[in-house]
Ligand binder design. Structure first.
Ligand code: PGA
Length: 237
């Protein structure tokens, strides 16, 4: 199975989402490809309705979930609420969340366990920063970040996203992508898939899709335009 996941971050409001769905489309459907959209929390139901109305077999995902199942946690959204809103997936540990919030091994483990208990499939995000790469620490960072998922690898998807490649237009070489994915598969052979993320565009998707060990893409900026998203997704077939 290949995966094309659109991480809309905080970039798509209601009207942009309407335009996305109204844009010309190839109505991509393929049994070997899972497409999923990750809108902001308030738009989950809207996106789900639009998918249903168009009979599009794409899945829904959320961008984060709470460490807690329920209770007095103002501003938080629990994994079971996401499941009630028809989510199949939830991103956990995206670098933009790791940079902003106090994400620790403990909070990440709690979120993973909440997501799995609610029946969601976590998409666990890892990746080195630019300075870590420059210091030759890429491998040790990947190893360390994978520790928390070793015992649950068969229940999750992984996204390898070098932090310096996110939203910058810069990507690692194909050989660097291959060696990171190879390491991840060696350490976690039972994962449901390993996605690459970081400045995936229609122009580079074909080459990246052919890298050994790449099961799909987590796409930010280029997923906001339906045509570009579908071009990237098609490159995986
Ligand atoms: P980008 O974002 O495609 O805009 O680099 C990827 C991501 O953050 O998941």
């Amino acid at each position: 199975m290949k995966f094309a996941f659109a991480n809309w971050k905080m970039a798509q409001g209601k009207s942009q989402i309407a335009s996305f769905f109204d844009a010309p489309s190839t109505e991509l459907r393929n049994e070997n490809l899972t497409c999923a959209l990750f809108p902001s929390y308030p738009h989950l139901a809207d996106v789900q309705t639009r998918l249903k109305v168009r009979n599009l077999p794409w899945k829904l995902g959320a961008q984060d979930c709470s460490t807690e199942p329920r209770g007095a946690f103002t501003g938080e959204v629990s994994a079971s609420m996401l499941q009630e809103e028809a989510c199949t997936y939830v991103l956990i540990g995206h670098s933009e969340r790791r940079q902003r919030g106090p994400e620790t091994e403990t909070t990440l483990a709690q979120k993973l366990s909440q997501a799995l208990a609610a029946g969601l499939i976590p998409v666990f995000c890892i990746g080195e920063t630019e300075s870590q790469r420059e210091k030759g620490e890429t491998e040790s960072v990947i190893r360390a970040q994978l520790q928390v998922v070793l015992g649950l690898q068969d229940r999750i998807l992984l996204a390898y996203e070098p932090v310096w490649a996110i939203g910058t237009g810069r990507t690692p070489t194909l050989a660097e992508v291959e060696s990171a994915h190879k390491l991840i598969w060696q350490l976690c052979p039972k994962l449901q898939g390993v996605l690459y993320g970081g400045s995936v565009k229609p122009e580079n998707a074909g080459d990246l899709a052919r890298v050994s060990g790449v099961s799909g893409f987590l796409i930010g900026g280029a997923s906001l335009k339906r045509g570009d998203f579908e071009k990237i997704a098609s490159s995986l077939l």
